[in-house]
Design a protein around this ligand. Structure first.
Ligand SMILES: [Ca+2]
Ligand SMILES: [Ca+2]
Ligand SMILES: [Ca+2]
Ligand SMILES: [Ca+2]
Length: 318
């Protein structure tokens, strides 16, 4: 997979809107119909839901619904992330807030019909990270369970290793900026995606100045090792303030596209859309050659020819 070629297209594409300030978008197929739906956290502590009424290649989002399925106001500055943390086949929600806490909403519905239980603050060993908790969820050490890395207002990412398993999360004490991750100034908002397609997760971390810094993973899927490679690479750009990036293949062409929440201080907010414009490889040409015969087919063919020969020679001589 080539390195991505992001190109800014528009803000708030496909019917997305940003009713509150400090957009913090994320995408997940919450209703299991094969397309990515959108959630966007905002400054008032609410999480808006946008159902994808298009399809996996042609997104179209319905109007915002605030805190659906049992999700709730988390105070100030909601930053949602979704993952099946308990391995029961449906996506559960973690939502960070301004006070630095992370609220867990267990999905007690199913993969097609989400229903979230009441919020639990900092469960499974998670702890307060200071201010402006921005959770990102990824199996960063490749051991089969999801780990949390929570960005905070000081500009750091706090790592909570999952020492439980794929069904029973249990997080170790937080460690700051492990594996070579670094301070991005303030208002760290991390996202993890295998941007180069080399089998390990790279980090792209937004900050208060509106930039997204790329930390290339030069380790591997089991042993991450990040190095700061620069900001706003691959065609990404500054989004004014409070960059909150997320990556999803929204157009179904096999590469990850970028959406970055951003805010013009206390006045307006938007989600900037940067699709990866790499052209997907063409499908392989159809094969016209006669397929090779299996040993069984070859044997049957030989027997058939022998039979025809016998019939011609002995049954109907001449
Ligand atoms: Ca969907
Ligand atoms: Ca679940
Ligand atoms: Ca893990
Ligand atoms: Ca794509």
């Amino acid at each position: 997979m080539p390195t991505p070629a992001f190109s800014f297209v528009s803000t708030n594409p496909f019917g997305l809107t940003t009713p509150g300030l400090y957009a913090h978008p994320t995408f997940v197929d919450i209703d299991g119909d094969g397309d990515f739906d959108a959630f966007n956290g905002n400054n008032s502590g609410n999480t808006d839901f946008f159902e994808n009424t298009g399809d996996a290649g042609n997104p179209a989002f319905a109007g915002a619904v605030s805190n659906p399925f049992g999700l709730a106001d988390v105070g100030v500055s909601a930053a949602p992330a979704f993952v099946d943390i308990d391995g029961d086949g449906d996506f559960d929600a973690f939502i960070g807030n301004q006070a630095g806490n992370t609220f867990f909403f267990e999905n007690t519905g199913d993969a097609n019909n989400p229903a979230f239980a009441a919020a639990v603050q900092n469960p499974f060993g998670l702890t307060n990270v200071g201010a402006f908790a921005h959770p990102a969820i990824v199996d960063i050490d490749g051991d089969g369970d999801y780990d949390l890395l929570i960005g905070n207002n000081a500009g750091n990412a706090v790592f909570f290793e999952n020492t439980g398993d794929a069904n029973n999360p249990a997080f170790a004490a937080g460690t700051q900026n492990p594996f070579g991750l670094g301070d991005v100034g303030s208002y760290s908002s991390p996202a993890f995606v295998d941007i180069e397609g080399d089998g390990d997760y790279d980090a792209l971390i937004g900050n208060f100045a509106g930039n997204t810094t790329f930390f290339e993973n030069t380790g591997d899927a089991l042993n991450p090792a990040f190095s700061n490679s620069g900001s706003n690479l691959f065609g990404l750009a500054n989004v004014t303030n409070s960059a909150a990036p997320t990556f999803v293949d929204i157009d179904g062409d096999g590469d990850s596209d970028a959406f970055i929440g951003g805010t013009v201080l206390l006045t307006s907010t938007q989600i900037s859309y940067f699709p990866d414009t790499n052209v997907p490889p063409p499908p392989p040409p159809p094969i016209h050659a006669i397929p090779a015969l299996s040993p069984t087919s070859t044997l049957l063919l030989v027997l058939l020819l022998l039979g025809v020969t016998y019939w011609k020679k002995w049954v109907r001589p001449g």
